[in-house]
Design a protein around this ligand. Structure first.
Ligand code: NAD
Length: 508
């Protein structure tokens, strides 16, 4: 595989794993970075140590103390230029996402576009960041609520969105007046190096430590970040297993965490649905990114009257999806990230069968061209279940879709909600009552409840995140920016006396 383009993104043969304005001379172990496409080493990173982390944190904090004083629209101007730099590097970055995360080229381009979109969104936001004015009960007084910069934000990202998750967090954090320290997944550190280089070049020497980066083991460097009292917010994206460690550990020091964890997303297909739309939505949602999105469609809850018809249509569509090298334009299904994921895929299928599920499509490792033999390729799989089985409640990060027939909308909503996770959900129906019921207080309990659209592929304008074991965090659009700021209430007395609240008299 040709990796000469890595140079254009400023990635050295053995790259440093610590950035605090410039790349430090790290002393940690060397990490081999393998491409999921064929398992071959495509880069090396000399990882950071806790000592590197301490230096990074200090520099980020010092830079924050100055950055917070800059007017927000001036901060936004830097972010506007970073967004433009992403635009200039879009194709190269997408190529890197494909190389390192195994996404097909179209999805790589889409992920970089999300970075551009959130930068644009943040620029507009930099002239808003609005607060409230509040009436005071006291004469010649008023109150106001303002939003102030918070500090250094720790960003922990998952392998499956190796550039966008950082951008969702850091572009907002920058306009909010914060610094960032990014700890990327050890499966995708090259993407982090490239993004850091691009943003740092725009920020220049004075402000580059705002986009600090630390690539190192979870147990040492990761723990140092979680325990750092100078980091008031940890935004962590990844598995529920990781969230169970991060949440309590950060809370222990009274830090805040914004958790974006696993999903187990269902699509409800009613008997009045537009089946053509539903099939397209399901295939993109279940097969896209080889089933490795937090919003991947994992369960189809279909009205029993159309279950067989829908299943037949899906099997036909699945058979036409080309599995193979994600750089090949015809490919729709690339590799899983590594062998561990392929094992989890196979184990889930064995469990599903034991519990009463029937594999009606796929179910095996996929045969691919010899040149990409070292990758973990699997067949997108459909399992017909008589009812919701225990395995249907687990998130297996692979393209397995469970089809579960239901008798009514009530039953579909009940099954939709009867899982530990609460990220995304959707309904396909032409009945406005069913649609509105689904997205009402008595409907889906997820952070996302779509109507006639699949569960994945969210736009950046809305708040993104989910409930229950998904962690409760919201990032990206709407008013998610408030997580990156501290709220301050100010009461102003413009009179000549000092009345106390609640009419209290104290002394004369
Ligand atoms: P993961 O939990 O294995 O790793 C995620 C990140 O957490 C990595 O950077 C990892 O190094 C770090 N990490 C793990 N343990 C840590 C510790 N003790 N201290 C500090 N850092 C630690 O997840 P993954 O395999 O990279 O990603 C897949 C998972 O992420 C899936 O469950 C998916 O649903 C979830 N995800 C969620 C969202 C969302 O927005 N809700 C988005 C993308 C992925």
């Amino acid at each position: 595989m040709n990796t000469t383009f890595l140079k254009k993104l400023g990635i050295n043969k053995i790259h440093s794993g610590a950035f605090d304005g410039s790349w430090r001379k790290t002393k940690g172990e060397v990490l081999d970075v393998r491409s999921p496409i064929n398992g071959k080493v495509v880069g090396r990173v000399r990882m950071a140590t806790p000592k590197d982390y301490a230096a990074i944190s200090k520099k980020a904090h010092e830079t924050f103390l100055r950055w917070r004083a800059l007017p927000a629209p001036q901060r936004g101007e830097y972010v506007r230029q970073i967004g433009n730099a992403f635009r200039e590097h879009k194709e190269l970055l997408a190529k890197l996402v494909t190389l390192e995360a195994g996404k097909i080229v179209q999805e790589g381009l889409g992920e970089v576009q999300e970075c551009i979109d959130i930068a644009d969104f943040a620029v507009g936001l930099s002239r808003q960041l609005y607060g409230l004015t509040i009436q005071s009960e006291r004469d010649q007084h008023h109150m106001r609520e303002t939003w102030q910069p918070l500090g250094t934000i720790g960003i922990i990202s998952a392998f499956n969105f190796p550039v966008a998750v950082w951008a969702w967090n850091s572009m907002l954090a920058l306009v909010c007046g914060d610094a960032n320290i990014w700890k990327p997944s050890l499966k995708t550190p090259l993407c982090a190096i490239a993004m850091t280089n691009i943003a740092a070049k725009v920020l220049g020497k004075e402000w580059a430590p705002l986009v600090s980066c630390v690539i190192g083991p979870d147990l040492t460097v990761g723990s140092a970040l979680l325990d750092d009292a100078k980091v008031p917010l940890i935004s962590a994206t990844g598995s529920t297993r990781m969230g169970r460690i991060v949440g309590p550990r950060v809370a222990q020091r009274f830090g805040r965490s914004l958790l974006e964890l696993g999903g187990n997303n269902a699509m409800i297909i009613m008997d009045d649905a537009d089946i053509d739309l539903a099939v397209r939505g399901i295939v993109f949602g279940a097969v896209g990114t080889a089933g490795q999105r937090c919003t991947t469609t994992r369960r189809v809850l279909v009205h029993h009257k159309i279950a067989d018809k829908l299943q037949a249509r899906l099997i036909k569509a699945y058979k036409s999806c080309k599995i193979g090298n994600p750089f090949d334009k015809k490919t729709l299904v690339g590799p899983l990230v590594d062998e561990g994921s392929a094992t989890a895929f196979q184990e889930a299928i064995v469990k599903a069968k034991k519990q009463g599920g029937k594999v009606v499509q796929g179910g095996k490792r996929a045969r691919v061209a010899p040149a990409i033999k070292g990758g973990a390729y699997v067949q997108p799989t459909i399992i017909r279940c008589p009812k919701s089985l225990p395995i249907c409640k687990e998130e297996t990060f692979a393209p397995i879709l469970y089809i579960i027939p239901v008798r009514s909308l009530d039953q579909a909503i009940e099954i939709n909600n009867d899982v530990p996770q609460g990220l995304s959900s959707s309904i396909f129906t032409n009945n406005v009552r069913s649609a509105e019921r689904f997205a009402s207080a008595t409907g889906s309990d997820c952070g996302i409840a779509n109507i006639n659209i699949g569960t994945s592929g969210a736009e950046i304008g809305g708040a993104f995140g989910g409930e229950k074991e998904t962690g409760g965090g919201r990032e990206s659009g709407s008013d998610s920016w408030k997580a990156y700021m501290r709220r301050q209430t100010t009461t102003v007395n413009w009179g000549t006396s000092l009345p106390l609240a609640q009419g209290i008299t104290f002394g004369s």
